[in-house]
Design a binder for this molecule. Structure first.
Ligand code: DAK
Length: 267
């Protein structure tokens, strides 16, 4: 059903896009071989699509999904190998994240499978999360010798509380779909084959409401937390960049690519 319409955005390699007759735009992350890892091009394609959708009255609600098996396994770790602290500070990814953050229309994440690192941060940029029972949420950046860099430390803490957020960020453990629902990260858990259907049905309901009211409702709800998070997000970003100067980051990224355990030294 989703693919019955022509692509909404031409020229994308990493995402599929489709706008239905109910004003719902579906964006499907489509790099299954790399577990939907968010390489820079992919983030750029999402940002470009949302940019177009912002000024398109035909789009009233967006569903963002990674398909049946995986939402996204985070940033593309192979892109991190040669990146320096200065490279992080100048990274175009920050602009793409800003576009995603500033998207003014309601956006729902339909999450199946792994939703990790930048993938979880992307899901948390959405306004409502619906998860399949097979979903697993986490911020495992610590395993690479780094920390979340797109607001994860702040948004996760706001959504699930300090103790649970600390546990995820410090240990790299994952949260099951049921635990994520109990913690308030997701609004509904369902069978994985129903996740997109449920998210689309909710998106259609939202798209039938008054569009200006929906935009202002989103903006108002975000005011409850976003302003308070801004300082923490700026701090996190600098700390993230600083960690790219450490040997432990090089070791963590090398260990992932060589499929072995990292040996962190503390410098
Ligand atoms: N990047 C690149 N490739 C990945 C990947 C990733 N994040 N995750 C998986 N892959 C690749 C694997 O290398 C493997 O490739 P081949 O060996 O087949 O060539 C293939 O996908 C399948 O992976 P696995 O064999 O590991 O599959 P499993 O089902 O056994 O495990 C897994 C799936 C998702 C649990 C595992 O792959 C995994 O732990 N992946 C890494 C998860 C992770 O550490 N994510 C955090 C990444 S750091 C920024 C803001 C934010 C960020 C960056 C910048 N700025 C504002 C500048 C965000 C940072 C992160 O997200």
């Amino acid at each position: 059903m989703v693919n019955a319409h022509p692509p909404y955005m031409d020229g994308c390699d990493d995402i599929l896009t489709s706008l239905d007759d109910s004003h719902v735009l579906t964006i499907t992350i489509n790099r299954p071989k790399a577990r939907n890892a968010l390489r820079t091009q992919l983030l750029h394609e999402i940002a470009q699509t949302l940019d177009k959708a912002t000024s398109d009255d035909n789009v009233r609600c967006v569903v963002l999904t990674g398909g049946d098996k995986v939402f996204a396994a985070g940033a593309d770790i192979t892109e991190m190998a040669d990146k320096t602290s200065v490279g992080v500070l100048q990274d175009p990814r920050a602009n793409h994240w800003r576009t995603i953050r500033d998207f003014p229309k309601p956006m729902i994440a339909a999450v199946n499978g792994f939703c990790l690192g930048g993938g979880n941060e992307l899901a948390m940029h959405c306004d409502i999360l619906i998860a399949g029972k097979n979903a697993q949420f986490g911020q495992p950046e610590i395993n690479l010798g780094i920390i979340p860099g797109a607001g994860g430390t702040q948004r996760l803490t706001a959504m699930i509380g300090k103790s649970k957020a600390m546990r995820l960020v410090l240990s790299g453990e994952f949260l099951s779909a049921e635990d994520a629902e109990r913690a308030g990260l997701v609004s509904e858990v369902c069978e994985p084959e129903l996740t997109l259907e449920k998210a689309t049905a909710l998106a259609r309901k939202i798209a039938s409401k008054a569009p200006v009211a929906a935009r202002l409702a989103k903006e108002s709800v975000l005011k409850a937390s976003d302003g308070l998070l801004a300082e923490g997000i700026a701090f996190e970003r600098k700390a993230f960049a600083l960690l790219f100067a450490t040997d432990d980051k090089s070791e963590g990224v090398s260990a992932f690519m060589e499929k072995r355990k990292p040996n962190f030294k503390g410098h």
